[in-house]
Design a protein around this ligand. Structure first.
Ligand code: USQ
Length: 402
């Protein structure tokens, strides 16, 4: 097999930066996307902070700045025939209009609806999230089993699969002693949203396929990501990943910076003791490269916790306020009623060593990083729509009755 990597969900916040990174490293990269997230954002009026060209243009721009070609297929992977065509030379050549680069060494799977609040906004959003996420994962597993069993699947999972248990969180697995006997199981999972629950189901499905057909799979349990610039996007702003700051698709650090720039109070949900593991987008790229370059064995479901450090949202708000104030902005913090169902004060102590052992060098969040994010976001201040920053009434929580 050559160094071909297929990136499912290649238009996304992480998909496109990953495509450029692997291309820069000399891989033959194929990106696949049906623009689901873009279309959902357009349909619900959730504009990106800045315009982001569609993949065809980005692929051409990347070729112009790097001299390297990324192959593109615009198609819906929830259709099993589309997924299967990607792993077949004739199907691939028809879809990508490019010669078959050989079976992929790795398939990076980002092709899922990624938002927790969106997944339970109403019954249609729940249906879309469940059907899309589970079908794409299942289609991928079947296609790899049947057509490309040596390809290494690297799936983006989430730390939210574990929830916030009152014990330390291990990297995916837990050794249990019960009535004098011992065994090893997946670490107990308890998602706080429909979206997180689809990721738990993905893990179960992948574990079954690994046991039954000896596939090789890495599941990366990632925390909320922040940032909007990677080494490759510095060539031109049109290569930046898209950036949401709304309360459906925006992640919290990105949102707080936009709020500070817009003069909107930083929206800490509830008490603000919710603690998560955070990671810079550039560290995410290091992690996925490390996972691909050190593949799982046949018959192994390998799970890594992909975070750099932990913060409560209260602490994050204070960090963003401090940097914003140094820049002369008036930044306030407001504890708003929590639109989510989650513990607001809890124990949180995850392990996250395995990726470091593979050579990942973490970059903790510092004021310089926040400052560089402010620099970019302030350039687009005129494009911020305050009305999409916080709209709790649009959301429907599971505890409500019809
Ligand atoms: N939060 C606030 N104020 C806000 C937005 C969020 O206090 O304005 C809080 C949330 O209630 C939550 C925490 O900040 O406790 C993180 O929220 P988030 O929106 O940044 O992240 P989340 O919804 O958990 O989801 C994001 C990505 C998802 C990924 C997940 C990793 O959208 O795709 O899987 O981060 S994790 O959180 O570890 O599950």
């Amino acid at each position: 097999m050559g160094k071909h990597i297929c990136i499912l969900g290649g238009d996304g916040y992480l998909g496109w930066p990953s495509a450029m990174r692997f291309s820069a490293l000399g891989y033959d990269v194929t990106v696949v996307d049906n623009y689901l997230r873009r279309e959902l954002c357009a349909q619900y009026g959730l504009d990106f902070l800045y315009p982001v060209p569609r993949l065809k243009q980005r692929v051409a721009l990347w070729e112009a700045v790097s001299g390297r070609r990324i192959h593109l297929a615009e198609l819906d992977l929830a259709d099993p025939e589309n997924m299967r065509a990607l792993f077949n030379p004739t199907g691939y050549e028809r879809l990508c209009d490019a010669p078959w680069p050989g079976a992929p060494e790795a398939v990076l799977h980002y092709a899922e609806q990624p938002s927790a609040p969106f997944s339970q906004r109403d019954y249609r959003c729940t249906d879309l999230t469940l059907v899309n996420n589970l079908r794409v994962t299942s289609n991928l597993l079947c296609a790899v089993r049947d057509l490309s069993p040596r390809s290494h699947i690297v799936h983006i999972g989430t730390m939210g699969e574990y929830g916030t248990p009152n014990i330390d969180i291990e990297e995916g697995w837990l050794d249990i002693a019960h009535k004098g006997r011992h065994d090893r199981f997946l670490f107990p999972r308890q998602g706080a949203s429909v979206y997180h629950t689809t990721k738990i189901m993905d893990t179960d499905l992948m574990w079954f396929f690994v046991r039954a057909w000896k596939l090789r799979v890495t599941d990366l349990m990632q925390g909320p990501v922040y940032g909007l610039e990677t080494e490759e996007s510095r060539a031109t702003p049109e290569l930046r990943p898209y950036f949401n700051y709304d309360d459906q698709f925006g992640t919290v650090i990105n949102r707080f910076i936009v709020q500070a720039v817009a003069g909107h109070p930083l929206t800490v949900y509830g008490k603000g003791g919710q603690t998560r593991g955070y990671i810079n987008i550039t560290d995410t790229l290091q992690c996925v490269v490390a996972a691909v370059q050190h593949p799982a064995q046949a018959g192994e479901l390998r799970i890594f916790n992909q975070i750099t450090e932990t913060f409560s949202v209260r602490e994050l708000a204070r960090r963003v306020r401090e940097v914003g104030r140094k820049r002369g902005l008036k930044v306030a913090i407001e504890h708003v009623e929590n639109p989510r169902t989650e513990a607001e004060e809890h124990y949180y102590n995850p392990t996250y060593q395995a990726l470091r052992e593979l050579g990942v060098v973490p970059h903790p969040l510092d004021n310089a990083t926040l400052d560089s994010m402010f620099d970019i976001v302030q350039g687009y201040a005129a494009r911020i729509h305050p009305e999409i920053i916080f709209h709790p009434l649009q959301q429907r929580q599971p505890r409500e009755q019809d």
